[in-house]
Design a protein around this ligand. Structure first.
Ligand code: DGL
Length: 270
């Protein structure tokens, strides 16, 4: 009954952790493409090629459903994968929609026409490739009207987190929040549109100040996954073993992951 979770690196572990909390009996297979991380500086073609290779590997491990716990892959590759690549009996889902549904006060799968919502000024923090794709604005426009989005491409943050340089990551987050505030001085809500950023959530919150509602994906995505599996129990794959796979150096990745999540995690070679 395995389910796959994919990210370019460690960020997706923030989603995995919540998914395990909500669905403790499900064996999750986590795949991190450290050999090609970060994705956020790559072009859409490259992201598509890498993401399809990773998801194919997760299918092989017995997962029929794969969550792209990577906004960059969700933004740059998911739609093309769903249209042309995903086999009929498999599913690949992204992490954008649950967050946008929460932001626009919608129940899961509510496809009624776009309408006015409470929030009017939204700050989006994401990787350069996610910002460039405008996928967030596109998905938002399907659901809400009159929402002003200011996007800040947060160069360097993913690399600093992957390197374990949290001081640098913190300084970069503060400077990206300052840059955003110069463009939009009073955002009502801020979206952490990269699964690495929840590891820096306190820094984002502090830099943004108390009046800004911060939307972070792990809990929203885990709740929507749990809901999806209740409605689609056939999407539990035949796999039975949980695993952590990386295309990078398993020893190094295990020690970084253990440090971030404060529990022992052992990666093996993908
Ligand atoms: N966690 C990925 C995301 O959500 C990181 C992207 C990257 O590798 O740059 O976008």
């Amino acid at each position: 009954m395995a389910v796959g979770i994919f990210d370019s690196g460690l960020g997706g572990l923030t989603v995995l952790d919540e998914a395990v909390r909500v669905l403790p009996d499900v064996p999750f297979v986590y795949f991190a493409d450290h050999a090609h991380n970060p994705y956020g500086v790559r072009d859409a073609e490259d992201i598509y090629t890498l993401t399809t290779a990773a998801v194919a590997r997760l299918f092989e491990t017995g997962c029929d459903l794969v969550i792209l716990a990577c906004n960059t892959a969700s933004a740059a590759a998911l739609r093309r994968m769903q249209e042309n690549w995903v086999p009929k009996d498999r599913r690949v889902l992204g992490v954008f929609v649950p967050m946008i549904e929460a932001l626009t006060e919608r129940q899961w799968g509510d496809s009624s026409p776009p309408r006015e919502v409470e929030v009017k000024h939204v700050a989006l923090f994401a990787t350069p490739a996610t910002v460039r794709s405008r996928a967030f604005q596109r998905e938002l426009a399907f659901r809400a009207i009159g929402v002003d989005v200011e996007a800040q491409a947060c160069g360097g943050v993913v690399d600093a987190i992957e390197e374990g340089d949290l001081e640098l990551a913190e300084a970069l987050v503060r400077s990206h929040v300052d840059a955003l505030k110069r463009k939009m001085p009073d955002p009502q809500a801020a979206v952490l549109g990269c699964t690495h950023y929840p590891l820096m959530e306190n820094v984002f919150r502090e830099a943004l100040g108390p009046g800004v509602a911060v939307y972070s994906q792990p809990k929203l995505v885990a709740a929507s996954l749990s809901d999806y599996l209740v409605r689609h129990p056939d999407m539990f794959g035949p796999g039975t073993e949980a695993a952590f796979l990386t295309t990078g150096d398993p020893a190094r990745v295990s020690s970084q992951a253990t440090r971030f999540l404060r529990r022992r995690i052992a990666f093996s070679s993908a």
